[in-house]
Design a protein around this ligand. Sequence first.
Ligand code: GUN
Length: 290
Amino acid sequence: MIILDGKKSSQSVKDELILQVKQLKEEGRRVPHLAAILVGNNGASETYVASKVKNCSEIGFRSSLIRFDVDVSEDELLEAIIKLNNDDAIDGILVQLPLPKHISEQKVIETISPKKDVDGFHPINAGKLVQGMPTFIPATPYGMMLMFEYFNIETKGKNAVVIGRSNIVGRPMSILLSGNHQFGNCTVTICHSHTKNLEAICSNADILVSAIGNPGMIKANMIKQGAVVIDVGITRVEDATALKGFRIKGDVDFDDVATKASAITPVPGGVGLMTIAGLLKNTMQAYLNK
Ligand code: GUN
């Protein structure tokens, strides 16, 4: 059994980007610049955005964090996005989700220029993904693909089961896994809240990707012997012994499932780190596309 260590695979992606940045600097060119917008002060969103900004600086990208109070109007937020769209010094724009209820996430996503949409959430980019065209692949599925590449995970002809159908993770991951390319060519089943016999479906998966947000739900009895198990869950669970009063738990009962899997991602230290790697790669791509 191998542990798919996101630290190793994300560092490999970052090392490659560091070299690209070094070359840009040697040529006297500017470096890629990511703008991140954060609305309100949701604890998890704060952590994710801080990590994105920190990783930019680690590899030599510029980044700008633009913060708004939780009661910012939709118009004010859309205006800020349009300003960033028109700013030639900005290559990539992301608005951290979820947003407060009074703001339409769809409107926000559709306002970001598809050319700067490094999250790959704009319908134009999502449509390109469906049609197998080059585009910005949403960071988490992209990160998982980069992880398959780093650990050389065989996917061709395998049964893949994706639990979760969100536009951010499950849906694009199912498209990538079924696509005709390296690390695709799987026979894919998507499961969701209305799926019957989840256990039986999972038991047939050579590759299982879980993006449910239900900590510890995936047990060994749901796993095929030798399966590759990818855990996208990152739920905060109370833990009085932890410094912050909580710890991060995945969807997969790691110790139980590790007895049957051939490869498994840890949480933390797995897919989460690869999400950042995917975002950084997209930001470099947005820069290069110019
Ligand atoms: N919220 C949860 N995941 C993501 C992500 O990948 N990008 C953005 N912008 N928000 C998120």
